[in-house]
Write a protein that binds this ligand. Structure first.
Ligand code: PLP
Ligand code: CA
Length: 303
């Protein structure tokens, strides 16, 4: 049974832990910030790691923003990062669709349940899409829609994939289109399936929560391309040279971040307790997903 070690307050243990790695993969929300609130001393902690010669990579399940949007968020937060160091679940999905999925030539379009981050990342890989932020989809369903969906005349024949992410404008019409494409054989993908979207004092519906009606009605789960999917790690490795045994995943959520690092056979995983998961969950006897170490907050690494 593996045991997680607390690094907070133990300078010797922190140094020994950091020395094991050349690359750190960072989850973003819950580690660097919570929503728009950046945690204290985060830029200083990241600078300390860079000054020690570490390579930093940022890996987020947030599908609503593109890598460019994230770069703007980093700039605003005063965190130094370039676009090549940022990976999101929309990007991971776009890479998977463009480079791994072998779609027939006449079925290459993607129906999106989600926001502009997905559209931008699909466009960056040259993938055609529909749905998404289309204003015509932000309305009540009418009888004509039921009829045209049932006989297929409302559907784009080129759609071969349904990609579900977090959609803040989800409604019956959008879900009905998604279900209709799935019934006609479209490949069912999700950017991520986070059950919740944590905010400082409460939590809201995540991509998994918003996409749940499709899962229930279609009766099958999508293939998810965000953490803990190894497709995300493949997307990172395609751009960042790394030795997995000298790479550490830092995150706040056991079933996405820490699972991602363990499944990827990374050299280490570090849980940060400023987000979703509580230490009781991984310190409990028989816990399934146990990080190698944990800190109360990221800046504890400053010692
Ligand atoms: N999905 C959405 C839409 C989000 O806004 C967030 C956090 O902001 C997440 C997922 C989780 O992101 P991360 O993987 O960085 O914790
Ligand atoms: Ca997180």
């Amino acid at each position: 049974m593996s045991v997680s070690h607390c690094l907070t307050g133990d300078k010797v243990a922190i140094d020994a832990f950091l020395d094991q790695f050349d690359v750190f993969l960072f989850d973003c929300d819950g580690v660097l910030w919570s929503g728009n609130h950046i945690f204290p001393d985060v830029p200083e902690t990241l600078d300390m790691l860079r000054n020690r010669g570490k390579r930093l990579v940022f890996v987020t399940n947030n599908s609503t923003k593109s890598r460019q949007d994230y770069k703007a968020k980093f700039d605003k937060a005063g965190i130094q990062a370039n676009v090549e160091e940022i990976f999101g679940s929309s990007y991971s999905a776009a890479i998977y669709i463009a480079r791994i999925l072998d779609l027939p030539a006449d079925k290459k379009k993607v129906y999106i349940l989600g926001e502009s981050g997905i559209e931008q990342e699909l466009a960056s890989e040259g993938i055609k899409y529909c749905g998404g932020t289309d204003p015509n989809m932000r309305r009540d369903i009418e009888q004509e829609d039921f009829d045209a969906l049932a006989d297929g005349s409302a559907l784009d024949p080129e759609v071969g994939v349904v990609l579900a992410g977090l959609d803040f404008h989800v409604n019956y019409l959008k879900l009905a289109y998604g279900l209709a494409y799935l019934q006609r054989g479209a490949v069912y993908l999700a950017t991520n399936t986070d059950s919740t979207l944590p905010m400082s004092k409460s939590f809201f519906l995540g991509a998994g929560g918003v996409g749940a009606p499709l899962v229930t009605s279609f009766g099958k789960e999508p293939l998810s391309l965000g953490k803990p999917s190894q497709a995300m790690l493949d997307a990172v490795e395609a751009k960042v040279k790394m030795d997995r045994s000298r790479t550490c995943m830092i995150g706040d959520r056991l079933n996405t971040d820490i699972r991602f690092g363990i499944d990827g056979k990374l050299g280490g995983t570090l849980a940060v307790l400023t987000g979703v998961s509580k230490k009781e969950e991984f310190l409990a006897d028989g816990a399934e997903t146990v990080p190698a170490a944990y800190v109360e907050k990221l800046s504890d690494l400053l010692g």
